[in-house]
Design a protein around this ligand. Structure first.
Ligand SMILES: [Zn+2]
Length: 409
């Protein structure tokens, strides 16, 4: 008995020692916004654009495939965004990448009457030998201040992990451009910050680029913990991870690709946890429903929006999971087809989690990439599906998320 108490005490102490600590936002204005301590009148645009149906009608023409391509090209130049990589250099590593993302969010804010408020979410934890880490967040304050006591005021988080890796999770010297995983999701989050900053939403929207995903979802866990510790209500988390590729590799984690080199540029998968009527499953169904109800009439290329049974691919995970674990509705967008199962075994020959996860190839040797592994138009369409869903939730279009589905017998 005595022995087991000591053992338990040791385990608890150990858990406390490895959890994220000192989690805080580096911009005090953002701290106050997420705490609900602000006057919404201070953040109104000069032209009020609030109608969710009108927003849905123009999203497809405003989300720009060339913008997405430019962000990816810039991200590839950092060579690696590994969580343990250089934080001092301005040209290589995660530090340079997150400062660039921060500056891009500031640029988008400047183009939209300073309506985005930018911050790092900083936390301490030893990951790959580095003890301090930073997510990047851009916050668009809502007309309703986040209030823990009101279910109508929960914030919306659109996220993607900025960090990358190759075979070994803490290898900081290898080339890890991480274009499909997860430059694609990061570019999507940035483009939506640019596009959505124009609109006046009821709910606050947070555009977040996380770190430490590849070593255990640490950046997302830090945000989930921060929101829990500070009573910040969350209505929905839309996680985007591996969202721009359309080609199957030799391998893919089940539920899997149909066959090697199969192409699917018109389907996206929505993963969410829990049983049939769990909050996260309801969120996924809501996103699909609002796509069909509000967006489909305005798109040139329709997408098949597929609700998956599992929370993620077999043996895989993502940044939606820490939020779901903390009790918030959270889901993941992922491409229909993936280039690899990240197994990194001796015969593994796919791009995911290797130095081959690059933007594309220069097939005619003219110094320019001409064949791409990320389909920018496919990525743009997935961005629009995210934006439409966030818009409908933010404007409270049937978004109590309280409906249930009855299984037919
Ligand atoms: Zn990923």
């Amino acid at each position: 008995m005595h022995k087991s108490i000591i053992a338990l005490g040791f385990i608890l102490a150990n858990v406390a020692a490895i959890a994220q600590v000192n989690i805080h936002l580096t911009n005090s204005e953002v701290t106050e916004i997420l705490a609900g301590n602000y006057n919404p009148n201070d953040y109104q645009p000069s032209v009020s654009f609030t109608d969710p149906h009108a927003i849905a009608a123009e999203l497809s023409s405003r989300v720009n495939a060339d913008s997405l391509r430019s962000y990816l090209k810039r991200m590839s130049a950092f060579e690696t965004r590994n969580t343990g990589s250089d934080t001092i250099s301005d040209s290589r590593g995660i530090g340079a990448a997150r400062r660039w993302a921060y500056q891009m969010f500031e640029k988008f804010s400047n183009e939209n009457e300073s309506r985005l408020k930018i911050s790092f979410l900083q936390f301490d934890r030893n990951i790959c030998g580095i003890t301090q880490h930073k997510n990047v967040v851009a916050v668009l304050p809502g007309k309703q201040t986040p209030d823990f006591n009101s279910s109508q005021t929960g914030i919306i988080i659109i996220e993607g992990h900025l960090d990358s890796r190759c075979n070994t999770s803490c290898d900081t010297s290898c080339l890890a451009e991480g274009m499909e995983d997860n430059g694609s999701g990061s570019a999507l989050v940035m483009e939506l910050a640019r596009v959505m900053a124009k609109y006046e939403y009821n709910r606050t929207i947070v555009f977040m680029l996380t770190t430490g995903e590849e070593q255990g979802l640490h950046g997302a866990e830090a945000m989930a913990k921060y929101c829990g510790d500070n009573n910040i209500p969350i209505a929905a988390v839309l996680n985007n991870d591996v969202i721009g590729g359309v080609i199957c590799g030799e391998t893919s984690s089940p539920p899997s690709c149909p066959s090697e080199n199969a192409v699917d540029s018109t389907q996206v998968r929505l993963f969410s946890g829990g049983s049939f009527n769990s909050p996260s499953k309801q969120l996924a169904r809501y996103i699909k429903l609002q796509y069909e109800e509000e967006l489909l009439a305005h798109v040139e290329v329709p997408h098949l929006v597929t609700i998956m049974t599992a929370e993620d691919r077999t043996g895989r995970g993502g940044d939606h999971i820490p939020f779901r674990s903390a009790g918030y509705p959270a889901m993941r967008f992922t491409s229909a087809n993936e280039h690899g199962d990240a197994s990194n075994g001796p015969n593994y020959d796919d791009r995911q989690h290797t130095s081959d996860d690059i933007l594309g190839l220069d097939t005619d040797n003219d110094g320019q990439l001409d064949s791409f592994f990320v389909d920018f138009n496919y990525l743009a369409r997935n961005a629009v599906i995210n934006a439409n869903a966030a818009t409908m939730i933010a404007q409270n279009v049937c978004s109590d998320l309280g409906f249930t589905v009855e299984q037919s017998t």
